[in-house]
Design a protein around this ligand. Structure first.
Ligand SMILES: CC(C)(COP(=O)(O)OP(=O)(O)OC[C@H]1O[C@@H](n2cnc3c(N)ncnc32)[C@H](O)[C@@H]1OP(=O)(O)O)[C@@H](O)C(=O)NCCC(=O)NCCS
Length: 143
């Protein structure tokens, strides 16, 4: 099966347990993001991606805010480096193009900058702290 076929577009209310499972493992447990910062009012109004393995187990997620910002990109540690992150980002960029957005924008953790640079994203401005983690703004012009 192709990796792109393992990624679904979901709404928060239909996939909340799986989305919470991945973000809890990656952001709250692994990266020590305070729970109170992890969950916000944007989850209910965002479009979410849910990546599952071939057996249907959740392995990754990301969200697209109503204003077009990409966020909360996460793949469970044991599933990284197998293309799930790239497949999710490709899908989000397709969705932005479908919406006729001129650019993709996100706040990247500085350690994830090389991942986004592979897609042509460029860093904008200075580093800043968010949830105790250094970030930079990144943007990509869409054709
Ligand atoms: C960032 C993340 C989503 C990438 O997911 P992934 O499934 O591992 O990504 P892929 O397998 O598609 O990797 C694509 C490429 O980017 C590289 N890459 C991925 N994460 C990277 C990182 N943090 N630093 C440097 N390179 C990275 C991979 O090595 C791979 O390179 P290759 O094409 O030369 O093999 C994942 O590492 C993750 O969940 N990290 C923890 C949470 C996080 O930091 N999220 C980002 C918030 S801005």
């Amino acid at each position: 099966m192709h990796l792109d076929d393992l990624i679904q577009v979901v709404r928060w209310e239909e996939a909340e347990p799986a989305l919470r499972l991945i973000r809890t493992a990656v952001f709250i447990h692994e990266q020590r993001v305070p729970e109170v910062l992890e969950w916000d009012e944007f989850d209910a109004i965002s479009v979410h991606l849910l990546a599952c393995d071939a057996a249907g187990q959740p392995v990754g997620t990301a969200r697209l805010l109503p204003d077009g910002h990409i966020g909360r990109m996460a793949v469970l540690k044991e599933w990284r480096g197998q293309g799930f992150g790239s497949a999710m980002l490709r899908k989000l960029l397709q969705e932005l193009t479908r919406r006729h957005q001129q650019k993709a924008q996100l706040n990247a953790q500085t350690n994830a900058v090389p991942f986004y640079e592979k897609f042509g994203f460029q860093v904008l401005g200075e580093e800043f702290m968010e949830a105790g983690i250094p970030h930079v703004k990144m943007t990509l012009l869409l054709k």
